[in-house]
Design a binder for this molecule. Structure first.
Ligand SMILES: [Zn+2]
Ligand SMILES: [Zn+2]
Length: 485
């Protein structure tokens, strides 16, 4: 028989083993509960990301309460999902799936442009019309004076200088406080765009008359004092500037910062407004590099060879006529079939005089370009609009017309006029991919009298005169001088 002490010892040792097993199990259970298996570690963080990702949806009501029109309300509300796109960049790659699925779920209710991936920049008329909310300011001397621009030379980018303020708040500042400042557009931090002023009117944005009367200004909202734009603002700015350039036949060099206008103190010292700050900080060379990088993003219709482009640009003065039924009707061309050459029929008159005749007398005649006696070129309207130049609807809606000044009744062009005409027509052909046989004279459109007799306008006379066979040879010689690629 064993002694009781042995038995007690046996009992104690098995109890110890049981306790040890229990302790191990407890530790194991706790580890699984609070640390999890290695493969599962993302789950808690990604579940906590879900409520975060949905949070931005609650940020907008303040804007929507401002609008009275129910239709504008819906558009503002549906623009919210863009926020999730910006959010996704702040998550680690493992959690990105959450905001992505959210975007796809909401696509049905969003306007077309928000469904585009971040890299996609749609600058079509349809997409831009959907993106821009037109909310014109009341005409008032200190916000929207209602004066007409004399020409459009530049698109000018600004920053509001009010960190964190929305497009809507800046719009209400212009409208309610009449602060002696304004802009044609305000781009908000979610990329929303409000148009405050029609494109042919003056905004108080530059600080000089010359600037205010010849430019279109865009104010950009920004979240903090650095003035850096959000991705959404930046993307809308690229699209808006690109679209304006294409609409108004402007190019990269015409896109400038408020900074680029030299200003002068009362003592005559030149200075530059650091606007938009993050892209125009005199003490930070990187800011200027950012500006160049921004311009590289622009999606411009055409990039013709640089030399030719520069040369023609120096020659052309853009001075668009006011929209009026009898001069620049504002209708869009249906297609572009021909470049048409004319002569003014007013011996000795200048390009400027002919421009003023179109603008002031509304003579039911006009042209896209006037070439003066010294070779100067005035562009009277954008290239996608109708001019009253040909005398037939078919012709007017499918052509770009060039009027040439001439010193006397023969209609012969000066050498300077002729040279500019060769350059301009060559450039237009290359720009619009037109062949030599698309370059015609006004003469080449057959016209008909009321009794059905065909006739041809002797225009441009020196190169289209039925009584002078040489005139037709001169026209062929002109076509030979064109440099069409
Ligand atoms: Zn500015
Ligand atoms: Zn003509």
């Amino acid at each position: 028989m064993k002694n009781p002490a042995d038995r007690t010892q046996g009992f104690f040792s098995s109890a110890l083993v049981a306790l040890l097993i229990l302790a191990v199990l407890l530790v194991l259970a706790l580890t699984i509960r609070y640390v999890g298996f290695p493969g599962e570690q993302e789950t808690p963080s990604s579940t906590s990301a879900t409520p975060l990702a949905t949070m931005p949806t609650t940020t907008l009501p303040s804007t929507t309460t401002q609008t009275t029109d129910p239709t504008t309300q819906t558009t503002t509300e549906t623009s919210v999902p863009t926020v999730t796109t910006r959010e996704s960049t702040t998550y680690s790659s493992a959690t990105v799936t959450v905001p992505t699925t959210q975007t796809t779920q909401t696509t049905q209710t969003t306007p077309p442009e928000t469904t585009l991936p971040a890299t996609d920049y749609d600058v079509s008329d349809e997409a831009m019309e959907a993106l821009i909310e037109q909310r014109f300011l009341t005409v008032h001397p200190k916000s929207r004076p209602g004066y007409k621009l004399t020409s459009v030379k530049n698109i000018v980018v600004h920053y509001t200088g009010n960190p964190g303020s929305s497009a809507d708040r800046n719009w209400r500042n212009f409208e309610n406080n009449k602060p002696n400042t304004s802009a044609h557009f305000i781009i908000g931090m979610e990329g929303e765009i409000i148009q405050c002023i029609p494109l042919d009117e003056v905004a108080w944005a530059i600080g000089t008359d010359e600037g205010n009367y010849t430019s279109i200004s865009i104010e950009c909202c920004h979240p903090d004092a650095t003035g850096e734009f959000t991705d959404a603002t930046y993307r809308s700015l690229v699209r808006l500037v690109s679209w304006l350039c294409n609409e108004l036949s402007l190019d990269r060099d015409d896109v400038i910062r408020h900074y680029d206008y030299p200003r002068y103190t009362s003592s005559g010292m030149e200075w530059h407004k650091e606007c938009p700050l993050y892209y125009a900080d005199a003490s930070d060379p990187a800011s200027h590099a950012r500006w160049e990088a921004f311009k590289d993003e622009l999606i411009l219709d055409s990039d013709p060879p640089k030399g030719e482009e520069d040369e023609i640009e120096e020659l052309i003065e853009k001075r668009f006529l006011s929209i009026h039924e009898n001069s620049r009707p504002g209708y869009k061309l249906t297609s572009l079939a021909n470049i048409v050459v004319h002569y003014t029929g007013n011996p000795g008159t200048t390009a400027d005089q002919n421009w003023r005749n179109f603008e002031n007398n509304k003579p039911s005649a006009s042209a896209h370009f006037i070439i003066g006696l010294n070779g100067e070129i005035i562009q009277c309207m954008p290239l996608d609009e109708v001019a009253w130049a040909v005398g037939t609807t078919q012709g007017n809606y499918t052509s770009i017309s060039i009027e040439c000044c001439h010193p006397d009744a023969t209609g012969r062009f000066t050498d300077a006029t002729y040279e500019s005409l060769v350059k301009l027509v060559s450039w237009l052909c290359n720009e619009f991919d037109l062949d030599r046989d698309k370059v015609i004279r006004h003469y080449d459109y057959p016209r008909y009298t009321s009794s059905g007799m065909e006739w041809h306008k002797q225009c441009p006379l020196y190169y289209a005169n039925d009584k002078d066979p040489e005139s037709h040879k001169r026209w062929e010689a002109f076509l030979d001088d064109l440099t069409i690629e």
